[in-house]
Design a protein around this ligand. Structure first.
Ligand SMILES: [Zn+2]
Length: 342
């Protein structure tokens, strides 16, 4: 089988490897479509060795495909099923898993068990991470679940109300997914960020207003507040940058809610400032609403395909990652790797 393997930072090569065999609770999925996500770009660059310790290794988390083999203990999935998968492993037994919150599984040995890999023709997946694709959901749709699943998790905590204004800070794979999810939830959506075509792609997936930036790190809170003079009700930060977090606290309304997905620096707010503004802050560690995300797509409420700008074959995986991380990335939307034919 073919696999795109990382051999070092920004060094990805497509090669032949032995096909995987499933453990009793696993299935082998033939990967049909894979859409690189922000986390994958972090793993690809692996700055400071933060993501990957041992090379060579596979890459990729968000994919769709067809079940080709099932382990001896797998129930509920059969050969030929069209499926997607959650990015993170989970135990399925703990209190949080039983409540459906598999992304905060209490058993660290699962969450830290190693990354999903899918930029390859076949991959091993724990059956409990899978969902079957409903009628009307394409392999391409299902390879872009990440941003929707993350946003649904954030919304469960922020509880945005129909008609409220949300700012999605950062326009990338997660940002476009969050914009589409916010629009489907009946919110007024301001997409903040993007230096090139990326900002305009936010409009294509549902943003009502765009606040692009001309260079990274540009302060744009005044432009956002011109659109929401009382401040923004909900803010979802998707760039995992100190810039993005700073924008959140500058634009949120008193009594508003902020969902964060990462950033290195301490929060730019003191406890007293938080108290005076009565702002609620939520940490969002990926998500778990896989079936709901698929249903929302099947119902026609979210379509992220307008954010796709490139479709490449598995052999061109090095080019895909070069596009997504190189100087022209400001004009690159979602990239779909067509791993095998449906
Ligand atoms: Zn668990």
């Amino acid at each position: 089988m073919k696999a795109a393997l990382l051999h070092g930072p920004s060094d990805i090569r497509v090669m032949d490897i032995d096909p995987p065999e499933p453990e009793p609770d696993e299935v082998i999925v033939r990967v049909v479509r894979y859409a690189p996500y922000g986390t994958d770009l972090g793993a690809y660059k692996n700055e400071g060795g933060k993501y990957i310790k041992d090379y060579p290794t596979g890459i990729g988390a968000d994919f769709s495909g067809v079940v080709e083999k099932t382990g001896s203990a797998v129930l509920g999935f059969d050969i030929g099923d069209r499926v997607s998968a959650l990015a993170m492993a989970h135990c399925g037994q703990c209190r949080n898993c039983r409540a459906g919150k598999t992304n905060i599984c209490l058993d660290d040995s699962f969450l830290n068990a190693g990354r999903q890999v899918c930029c390859q023709t076949h991959t091993r997946v724990m059956a409990r991470k899978l969902a079957k694709l409903p009628e009307g959901v394409s392999f391409e749709d299902a390879a872009m679940l990440g941003g929707i699943v993350d946003a649904l998790n954030a919304f469960e905590m922020m509880k945005p109300q129909v008609g409220e204004t949300i700012a999605v800070v950062g326009v990338g794979a997660m940002g476009w997914g969050a914009v589409g999810t916010a629009k489907a939830a009946g919110l007024r959506v301001i997409a903040v960020g993007g230096t090139g075509k990326r900002s305009k792609l936010a409009r294509a997936v549902g943003a009502d207003h765009l606040v692009p930036i001309t260079s990274h790190g540009e302060e744009v809170s005044a432009a956002v507040l011109a659109l929401a003079p009382d401040g923004v009700d909900c803010v979802m930060e998707t760039s995992a940058s100190d810039w993005g977090v700073a924008q959140c606290f500058s634009i949120v309304t008193p009594g508003g809610r902020i969902a964060l997905t990462g950033a290195p620096a301490p929060l730019p707010i003191t406890p007293w400032q938080l108290v005076h503004k009565e702002v609620a802050i939520f940490g969002v560690r990926a998500g778990h609403h896989q079936d709901l995300a698929l249903k929302v797509i099947a119902d026609g409420k979210i379509d992220l395909k307008p954010s796709i700008t490139h479709r490449l074959a598995l052999e061109d995986a090095p080019e895909a990652f070069r596009l997504l991380t190189g100087p022209e990335s400001q004009d690159v939307g979602r990239v779909i790797i067509e791993v095998t034919d449906p």
